[in-house]
Ligand binder design. Structure first.
Ligand code: AMP
Length: 475
């Protein structure tokens, strides 16, 4: 459903569900970063920041809020130089406010450095404890600060080696941008969990979580930062250093299902919209139903609903209208307000639905509260005769520890309920999910994906205490 007003789910951990953008060698580096972050707003709405370098020192501006509200012309002018990195942050309820908004910046023995991180580390707590024992003082509660401490405390005289040491010590998902006084460095974890692409505009290099950021600034896509690769961009050009052994890939399949923007090309330049439509087509092949109309839950259900309609031959229409102006006032992690929230955001078009057999396509069911509310309103306000829920992903059975904000396992309805039970809970006439085989058959090289949220196959292990803390119980 609506991407820009996603509700924070969990309280158990601080997630780094984010968008990052960097530029090297452009006179308007901060302005380009602003635009890049603007295009990546869907990846995080809690806060945003930009750090620029004028060649001698770093300048930083960041705040809680949306990119367009944070950065005025005046504020962007305070970010001089031709190199910059930026970050959009989305955190859970306990996410720590301004102190966790990135980029994070530090001065250390070899100069200044700033970091923007998308992903989640699985050993951050352990590393943090070790660093604190050695005297480190953390300014934030975000995983990402660990990198800065590891870099600052290293004895190595080569700044690149310090970064390499740090990324080798960290385990988990990380697409990273580092800004030094005279360079931009990008690193991607060996599994490539989160996307990261390199582009070029006006002879300047840009790096972004998603290519939709390139389109806005007229940049041309060059290639992805490879899993395990460090890319150094400075006045000598662009240099690739393989720093982490990448034995297998684990691209986050949920980026295709929900998280990335449909107009982006991620994970070796695969079109998100095309994937979503194919998921919808496959869903129709797997779970056809006699119906009069196919409607999406906007916005994230739209491409899959179009695919479903094309494959099934059932007419498509926008039977649910989204209010695009719902503000953050309704982002409250309380069940009562969540229920209210769906009504605030979506309203059925009675003229389209009255007396009809309706197929509703959404990308996922997490707790089930959204679907329940939607089915009810389609019946009660829309006047639908039958409501058939179709989900363009398999049942979400496992929480994500690598950067997507999901609730604990107990709160994931599909982790403890069968489809038939969920159908009853959401009061639909029928409910069907896309099969995991169907999903894997669609994405290119399916063995390259992390599908832990659908099959509990976690590609990166984490410490036992962390599992317990996250209320994760393995069968
Ligand atoms: P729920 O009511 O918990 O079942 O939420 C399901 C809705 O949340 C679906 O419409 C999804 O589009 C949306 N959704 C899926 N994953 C996330 C996420 N990580 N953050 C926010 N919303 C999500």
């Amino acid at each position: 459903m609506d991407r820009n007003i996603r509700l924070p789910y969990a309280f158990h951990d601080i997630h780094e569900e984010c968008g990052i953008f960097g530029v090297f060698g452009h006179p308007e580096a901060a302005n380009l970063t602003y635009l890049g972050l603007y295009a990546l707003q869907h990846r995080g709405q809690e806060g945003a920041g930009i750090c620029s370098s004028d060649g001698a020192s770093l300048h930083i501006e960041k705040s809680i809020g949306l990119v367009a509200d944070i950065f005025s012309e005046k504020r962007l002018k305070r970010l001089p130089g031709s190199i910059a990195i930026g970050h959009n942050r989305y955190s859970t309820a306990g996410g720590g406010g301004l102190k966790n908004v990135q980029p994070l910046m530090a001065n250390y023995a070899l100069g200044s450095i700033a970091i923007a991180h998308n992903g989640n580390l699985v050993n951050a707590e352990q590393l943090k404890e070790e660093l604190e024992t050695e005297g480190a003082i953390f300014q934030s509660t975000s995983d990402s600060e660990v990198f800065l401490h590891l870099i600052a405390r290293s004895k190595n005289e080569d700044p690149y080696e310090r970064i390499i040491e740090a990324v080798r010590t960290a385990a988990g998902a990380f697409s990273l941008l580092f800004l030094g006084e005279s360079e931009l460095i990008a690193v991607r974890d060996p599994l490539g969990v989160r996307p990261l692409s390199i582009g070029m505009v006006d002879g300047a290099y840009v790096v972004a979580s998603e290519t939709c950021a390139f389109d806005l600034i007229g940049a041309e896509y060059i290639r992805d930062v490879e899993p395990g690769e460090m890319v150094i961009i400075n006045h000598n050009g662009i240099r690739s250093v393989p720093v982490l052994q990448s034995l297998r890939k684990a691209f986050c399949i949920f980026e295709f299902i929900y998280f990335a923007r449909p107009d982006s090309y991620i994970f070796n330049h695969t079109c998100v919209n095309t994937m979503r439509k194919e998921f919808g087509r496959q869903l129709a092949r797997e779970s056809m139903v006699d119906a009069d109309i196919v409607i999406p839950v906007p916005d994230s259900g739209v491409p899959a609903a179009i695919g479903f309609a094309e494959e099934s031959g059932i007419p498509f229409d926008f039977g649910l209208i989204r209010n695009h102006y719902v503000g953050r006032t309704f982002i409250e992690p309380k069940q009562t307000i969540r229920h209210f929230g769906v009504k605030i955001k979506l309203n059925p078009v009675r003229d389209l639905l009255n007396g009809k057999r309706v197929v509703v396509v959404d990308d996922s069911i997490v707790r089930g509260t959204t679907s329940k509310k939607i089915v009810k309103m389609i019946r009660e306000i829309g006047g639908a005769k039958e409501v058939h829920m179709r989900i363009s992903s398999p049942p979400t059975v496992g929480p994500c520890f690598y950067g997507i904000d999901t609730p604990t396992r107990q709160e994931l309805i599909a982790s403890s309920h069968r489809t038939e039970e969920i159908k009853k809970y959401i009061t639909a006439d029928s409910l069907a999910y896309l099969s995991i085989e169907g999903l894997k058959n669609i994405v290119p090289d399916s063995s390259n994906y992390c599908t832990a949220c659908f099959d509990n196959n976690y590609p990166i292990m984490f410490p036992k205490e962390k599992l317990e803390q996250m209320e994760l119980v393995f069968a």
